[in-house]
Design a protein around this ligand. Structure first.
Ligand SMILES: Cc1cc2nc3c(=O)[nH]c(=O)nc-3n(C[C@H](O)[C@H](O)[C@H](O)COP(=O)(O)OP(=O)(O)OC[C@H]3O[C@@H](n4cnc5c(N)ncnc54)[C@H](O)[C@@H]3O)c2cc1C
Length: 464
């Protein structure tokens, strides 16, 4: 059997997509956010027409909307996701840059562990923009495709015949109708109702795994004086302690419109940070770049956001699943947002869909091959997100088998990545979703990390 690391390497390739055949008449995608648009882009290679069913009237510009209440919060696109956007939409980064996004080089990203500056890996960058900006660019590129269109209505259920999905029940303005479909993709986000619909129609509901994380975000926008900043993004985090700190992690990103977008995150049911004076004061306790970023004018309100859990729906475990149906994006797995994996995961689900469809599958059988490919991506992101959260004293499991050993192992690699560039490259490649976590299990990586940690004095905090 092919290893998960090899599958991940194939899905995360940036090779252009070739050998596409039309396999179906009409594909219907439920949800027109990031994962839905990316799935529609892939389906446009294989369907005569693609219809995206979205309950929000999608704006023509980079504007927030009710269906994505998290869109005002800080979002960065990891290197792995960035490579897939380049692959799916040639010229994407030039367009993003022209619109004001900051395409960061590794040297314009700073990271701090307990106030200590981490060495740059020198290889990986991010796209820094607001989430509505990124989504609107993906949306425009997808809707420019001649065979893709949006239908503004709510999806309410599915129609089935002979073990396969044949249509989607839709409703808008008091009307209800069925949108016929040869293939359906659920991209309705973490609150997707697909499980309810399947159960209602006599199918199995996928089991949901949850890990309580109780994270609170507070996000502020500030005027940035420098149009071409030397700093594009920063992340500062603190080692978990028995009493959760007021700021467990702080992130900054330069975004379009010469603004800083800054998020402070904490855990453990603390009162939300809503007041700008408190926000500025807390930034002052982080490395100096945070204080500098909040020095400009504040724009708008401080936006709070709470996420109770990381969750995944294990479609691959279902023994009975209809043909011509899959789920992608947060509808399958949604993680602690602090690790910035969601959008990159959605790009890799799109890559899995492309590989599945390019294999010319029998569409009248359940999409098991797609589920197997997607599982590799979900397992990888879940492992990173949940193993970091399990290190927090306020998170109480569930602990996987072999947890203590893997915790010790991860601590060695993470500690060495603070000062050693070679370990940082391997570590960031996994956390930036370029390579599979198993790549860190190479004995040479652990030996190097142990050597670095043994020879190292205590790293120094940056002076404010
Ligand atoms: C606070 C926060 C910060 C984050 N930060 C990052 C980050 O830095 N980097 C990163 O990569 N990811 C981040 N994420 C995760 C990222 O936002 C998601 O992974 C990403 O948005 C995936 O989107 P999606 O398309 O799967 O779902 P969503 O964006 O939730 O979209 C679901 C869509 O489905 C539509 N819909 C739902 N039900 C129906 C229906 N019945 N009929 C029609 N339409 C329907 C909704 O209107 C919506 O448009 C963050 C998430 C949060 C909450």
């Amino acid at each position: 059997m092919e290893s998960a690391a090899r599958v991940f390497a194939r899905l995360s390739t940036d090779e252009p997509i070739t050998n596409t055949d039309v396999l179906m008449g009409k594909a219907v995608v439920l949800g027109g956010s990031l994962a839905g648009m990316l799935a529609a882009r892939v389906l446009s290679d294989h369907a005569e027409s693609v219809v995206i069913v979205e309950r929000d009237a999608l704006p023509g510009t980079a504007a927030p909307r009710p269906g994505t209440p998290h869109d005002g919060q800080l979002h960065t696109l990891m290197h792995g996701g960035r490579m897939q956007l380049r692959r799916l939409f040639p010229g994407f980064e030039d367009e993003a840059r022209a619109g004001g996004a900051i395409i960061s080089s590794p040297y314009t990203i700073r990271a701090y562990a307990d106030g200590v500056p981490k060495v740059s890996d020198g290889t990986m960058g991010l796209i820094s923009s607001s989430r509505p900006f990124l989504e609107s660019l993906v949306r425009r590129r997808t809707l420019d495709l001649p065979n893709v269109k949006v239908l503004t209505c709510r999806a309410r259920g599915l129609e089935f015949r002979a073990g396969a999905v044949t249509g989607v029940r839709c409703g808008a303005d008091g009307d209800e109708w069925t949108e016929e479909a040869d293939f359906v993709v659920d991209a309705m986000g973490r609150a997707s109702k697909l499980g309810d619909w399947l159960e209602r129609d006599g199918w199995q509901r996928p089991a949901m795994r949850r890990m309580a994380i109780d994270i609170d975000y507070a996000t502020g926008y500030f005027r940035r004086a420098d149009a071409d900043p030397e700093l594009a993004a920063a992340i500062a985090y603190r080692t978990p302690t028995a009493t959760p700190p007021r700021v467990a992690s702080g992130a900054i990103t330069a975004i379009e419109g010469d603004r800083w977008l800054i998020t402070l995150a904490n855990y453990g049911k603390q009162p939300p940070i809503r007041d700008v004076a408190e926000f500025r004061k807390l930034c002052g306790e982080l490395p100096p770049v945070y204080r500098e970023a909040v020095a400009g004018d504040q724009l708008g309100e401080i936006l709070p956001y709470h996420q109770a859990d990381s969750r995944r729906r294990d479609f691959h475990l279902l023994t009975r699943f209809p043909a011509r149906l899959i789920s992608v994006g947060d509808a399958v797995a949604s993680f602690n947002p602090i690790y910035g994996q969601g959008m990159s995961s959605a790009t890799l689900h799109a890559s899995a869909l492309s590989e599945y469809l390019r294999s010319r599958p029998d569409l009248d059988a359940p999409a098991r091959r797609f589920l197997a490919l997607q599982r590799v991506v979900v397992d990888a992101a879940w492992q990173i997100s949940t193993s970091a959260d399990l290190a927090r004293p306020d998170v109480t499991g569930p602990y996987p088998r072999g947890y203590r050993l893997s915790k010790w192992f991860a601590e060695q690699i993470a500690a060495a990545s603070i000062t050693d560039r070679s370990v940082a490259v391997r570590f960031n490649s996994v956390t930036y979703m370029r390579t599979h976590p198993r790549s860190l299990a190479a004995p040479s990586t652990l030996l190097r990390a142990l050597r670095v940690n043994r020879s190292q004095g205590k790293p120094q905090r940056e002076k404010g």
